[in-house]
Design a protein around this ligand. Structure first.
Ligand SMILES: *Cc1c(COP(=O)(O)O)cnc(C)c1O
Length: 420
């Protein structure tokens, strides 16, 4: 009997916990505290900038307070502002759109590729208007967007290219780290990410001038080395020495963890594909290393005769934590006109946003993704082969026992934040 119907779950043991840490991490932070250099004057921030940029094959790194501020900072350094449009995928975290709005520009959402859930290059190119200033492909789940196409589109149309690589630590496209294929690339070190210090972020680039501008906007508008003269309207988005020391310590595990995620994910994808109505996302062969921030597979509700929500609930009941993932971003409450704090009511930008009319949007592939996706988190991929087999066994058990799920109604919605 299926666990959701009162049977014994396939699994009662937890998957690996995240974050992974030991005494050496605590020591690294304690050393900073004892040194007295908690912010400016320490060496850890400069060191993680150098080390992480090198890890992703970029020339310059600018450490920041988090991924969202990195996106805002990068857009600002690229000169994006009021009157501009920025093309983003409709399948991403709210921060990708929020950062655009916070510069005074308007996010224009385009559809995604059905096999990778990353921004579809053709859809993005079709969305270009005379107002377009920048394209932000998001490396969803750690799978790289088609960087060959996006670099070419950006060059032909003379647009800025900003990679949202907040889920793509360690991801490589054709043997080279992502994050500096575009003019700038942003990373997050928030607690769920593959490299974390609780909160934190980084911008990468191969362009020295752009990197210097990011440094200035991060540091209250001061150009580095200019004895503190303000030249731009900056923010304070600096990373602390404690954050940087923890990242340096955590980074020692990143290479091996990434290798293990790749090994387990490839095995899991192969085994799950053998089950009817289950299709893991494809891995573009130009992806030489995948961060697998998430492992995503597609559930075919019609083949199973079972609703998406019921499947998710039944899988969680078998002891496999899972979630449904993003809903189309144009349905996010941010875009519902509701009052003065809503961007739609702001002078200048409001009219522009009203023309886009997010409530009327319907992007078919994004809609489909939100009704078929099953997300497993990256830390599950740090388990053993037996852990992967348990996931496969649970899905196969649900397939065999699907009669018990037909006609069942979901008792709760497995939102992406509400992991079971
Ligand atoms: C996590 C994430 C962000 C935001 O990063 P924070 O550090 O949480 O601000 C932005 N974009 C994507 C795609 C993310 O996954």
């Amino acid at each position: 009997m299926l666990a959701i119907a009162g049977g014994t779950p396939v699994r009662q043991r937890p998957f690996p916990k995240w974050p992974i840490h030991d005494e050496s991490d605590a020591q690294a932070v304690a050393d900073v505290i004892r040194s007295g250099f908690w912010g400016l004057g320490g060496q850890n921030v400069a060191e993680i900038e150098k080390r992480f940029a090198a890890f992703q094959d970029a020339s310059y790194g600018v450490a920041t307070s988090n991924g969202t501020s990195s996106l805002w900072l990068a857009l600002t350094a690229l000169g994006v502002g009021p009157g501009d449009e920025v093309i983003i995928p409709a399948y991403t975290f709210i921060a990708t759109a929020a950062a655009v709005l916070q510069t005074g520009a308007v996010p224009v959402m385009a559809d995604i590729d059905p096999d990778t859930y990353c921004l579809d290059p053709d859809a993005a190119e079709a969305a270009i208007t005379p107002r377009t200033a920048c394209i932000i492909p998001v490396h969803v789940a750690g799978h790289p967007a088609d960087l060959d196409r996006f670099v070419d589109i950006a060059q032909r149309h003379k647009l800025a290219l900003l990679e949202d690589a907040c889920q793509a630590h360690g991801t490589q496209w054709k043997g080279r780290g992502v994050g500096a294929y575009g003019d700038l690339g942003t990373f997050s070190f928030q607690s769920s990410k593959n490299l974390s210090c609780g909160e934190g972020g980084m911008i990468l680039s191969n362009n020295e001038l752009l990197a210097d501008m990011c440094l200035a906007y991060r540091n209250c508008g001061r150009w580095e080395g200019s004895s503190g003269t303000r030249r731009v309207l900056g923010y304070n988005l600096r990373m602390t020495e404690m954050q940087a020391a923890l990242l340096l310590s955590q980074m020692k595990r990143l290479e091996e963890q990434t290798r293990l995620r790749n090994e387990n994910a490839l095995y899991l994808a192969e085994k799950l594909s053998e089950i009817e109505g289950i299709r893991p996302l494809k891995r573009d062969e130009r992806t030489t290393r995948h961060a697998y921030h998430l492992f995503i597979f597609r559930f075919d509700s019609e083949v199973w005769g079972v609703s998406h929500d019921v499947f998710l609930e039944a899988l969680a009941a078998e002891g496999i934590p899972c979630s449904r993932g993003y809903v189309p971003l144009y349905r996010d409450p941010t875009f519902i006109p509701y009052g003065r704090s809503c961007p739609a009511a702001w002078p200048g930008i409001g009219d522009h946003l009203a023309k886009i009319d997010y409530q009327q949007m319907f992007l078919p592939v994004t809609e489909k993704a939100s009704s078929e996706a099953v997300w497993l988190t990256q830390s599950m991929l740090l388990g053993t082969k037996q852990d992967m087999d348990d996931i496969v066994t649970a899905v196969a058990k649900l397939w065999e026992g699907r009669e018990q799920l037909v006609g069942r109604r979901p008792t709760r919605r497995m939102g992406y934040a509400g992991l079971a």
